[in-house]
Design a protein around this ligand. Structure first.
Ligand code: GDP
Ligand code: ZN
Length: 478
């Protein structure tokens, strides 16, 4: 048999390092038989005759050669992660040993598993839905505690539940409409549009909430994309160093020497910041620095957060005003650095200048909608003062101090977000059809489009459950 056609897959499930133990996992029809061909227990026993969920001590042997002393864990399908017969060989963790064991299993008929293949099988065998399968991937890639918890929540099926609730409502309406069209004598759609409209509005609201959670979700998963901007020599690199806690960025006395954009990932009270230090923003004729400056502008535009550093020991100038203008409408904080020196710039001055610099549009928003101007925090990167306040401010800005995962669901996945948007679009279309007095079968087309889009999140197929629903709820057989 060609190796790619083999149905039993095997892989090393632990990190490839000299850790305490290593685990080689194997899943598929032949898993027990292949394990038996390399396993030797104390007594004459065959793994395939043993009960599920048992652990067996013994040796892995390649012919006469003993490779390692191991514990073998057996899980019979469907009661395993993948839903198939699964064997986990716990061995001593050396890279060499785990690789030898994997090679041996392949020699005996297993196939090396592709990335995520165990989880894919779990999905295909109905052990989890697609959002849960994706959560497994995210879980492994989690960069911080919150991202981890978010994946765990998704893995537990929270998204699945939310999506299923909405889908159930949609199917109910569709089934009703379809039934009524099939059997107009007994079921009437008169006045149904109104009922449908209210329900669709609710669903759209739910979807909008989920969609807007995706920004926070991405931030949780990937970190807050942050740029530090400011004129040369105000202390951007020094601040970055303080936040990182080491001398990574080059700190110099010569204005304009941080030419390349550095990116650092830091964990700040549980949230990841991806911080970019950029070349100082100022009007410059220096070509090399100009490139850096343009990039800084570009990054600032895309960033989730902009940190504007000002040297408070020197008066503000045109460059600062230009940055204020650039910041308007963005999530930002203004840091008055060098608070250890004699102060020329105060919070009051910054507020005044900020207001004078931003476009009228933002001024109105701030005045009328009671929006806040950026927080202004005095710090000294040199003496490490004000850093705690900065960290707390940032955390509050993004999560308002109540980051909880018990009942909130964060969509962290681009594919899921796109599907949610498709579903919302389709439901908006339903509203439109109701408003325009279109015939009922128009509703069901868009309802089904929403249903399908949502189904792609959980990976469910549409055909069968639609049919089942219609028959179970409306018994049309009379
Ligand atoms: P950048 O060009 O904005 O990245 O500025 P740097 O971080 O390279 O700092 C420029 C100069 O300002 C260096 O000499 C720093 O030591 C100094 N500096 C940075 N922060 C402070 C501070 O809080 N207080 C004082 N007195 N000097 C600082
Ligand atoms: Zn710098």
């Amino acid at each position: 048999m060609n190796i790619s056609e083999r149905t039993t897959i095997a892989a090393i499930s632990t990190a490839m390092s000299t850790s305490g133990i290593g685990i080689v996992r194997m899943s598929g029809e032949e898993a027990f038989a292949i394990a038996d061909s390399v396993y030797q227990g104390k007594k004459e026993k065959r793994l395939k005759d043993q009960k599920s969920h048992t652990i067996h001590y013994g040796y892995i042997k390649d012919g006469e050669e003993t490779i390692d002393e191991v514990l073998v864990m057996l899980m019979r399908g469907p009661h395993s992660y993948t839903g198939e017969d699964t064997v986990e060989i716990n061995c001593h963790g050396g890279v060499y040993v785990v690789k030898r064991i994997l090679e041996l299993l392949i020699k005996k008929g297993a196939r090396p598993a592709g990335p995520g293949e165990f989880t894919k099988r779990a999905f295909l065998n109905g052990r989890m839905d697609l959002s849960q399968a994706e959560a497994v991937g995210d879980l492994i890639a989690s960069k911080n505690e919150y991202a981890l918890q978010s994946s765990v929540s998704q893995l537990k099926g929270n998204i699945k539940k939310k999506i299923s609730d909405i889908r159930n409502k949609i199917i109910y309406h569709t089934a009703f409409i379809e039934s009524a069209l099939d059997d107009p004598e007994h079921i009437s759609v008169d006045g149904y549009g109104e009922k449908l409209e209210g329900s669709v509005r609710e669903m759209i609201e739910d979807l909008s909430l989920l969609i807007s959670s995706s920004d926070n979700g991405r931030i949780l998963k990937e970190g807050i994309n942050t740029v530090i901007v400011g004129k040369p020599n105000v202390g951007k690199s020094s601040l970055l160093n303080v936040l990182i806690g080491e001398e990574r960025a080059i700190v110099t006395d010569i204005a304009g020497t941080t030419r390349d954009v550095l990116e650092e990932h830091i964990n700040l009270q549980g949230i990841s910041l991806n911080i970019m230090d950029t070349a100082g923003i100022r009007e410059t004729s220096d070509v090399v620095e100009k490139i850096g400056v343009d990039r800084a502008r570009e990054f600032a535009e895309k960033a989730d957060l902009v940190i504007h550093v000002i040297d408070s020991s020197a008066a503000l100038d045109e460059n600062d005003r230009e940055i204020f203008q650039m910041l308007s409408g963005k999530k930002s904080v203004i840091l008055l650095n060098k608070s250890d020196l004699e102060q020329k710039v105060t919070e009051e001055i910054v507020k005044k200048e900020y207001f004078a610099s931003i476009p009228a549009k933002y001024k109105n928003e701030i005045e009328e909608k009671n929006q806040k101007i950026p927080e202004i925090i005095g710090i000294s990167a040199k003496n490490r003062q004000g850093i705690q306040t900065l960290e707390e401010t940032l955390k509050n800005m993004f999560f308002e101090g109540n980051l909880s995962f018990n009942d909130e669901i964060y969509i962290t996945n681009v594919r899921q977000k796109a599907a949610l948007q498709d579903a919302k679009e389709a439901l908006l279309q339903v509203l439109e059809s109701i408003r325009n007095g279109m015939p009922e079968d128009f509703y069901s087309i868009d309802l089904m489009a929403a249903y399908e889009a949502l189904g792609s999140i959980t990976g469910e197929t549409i055909g069968e459950d639609l049919v089942n629903e219609i028959f179970s709820k409306f018994c049309m057989g009379k």
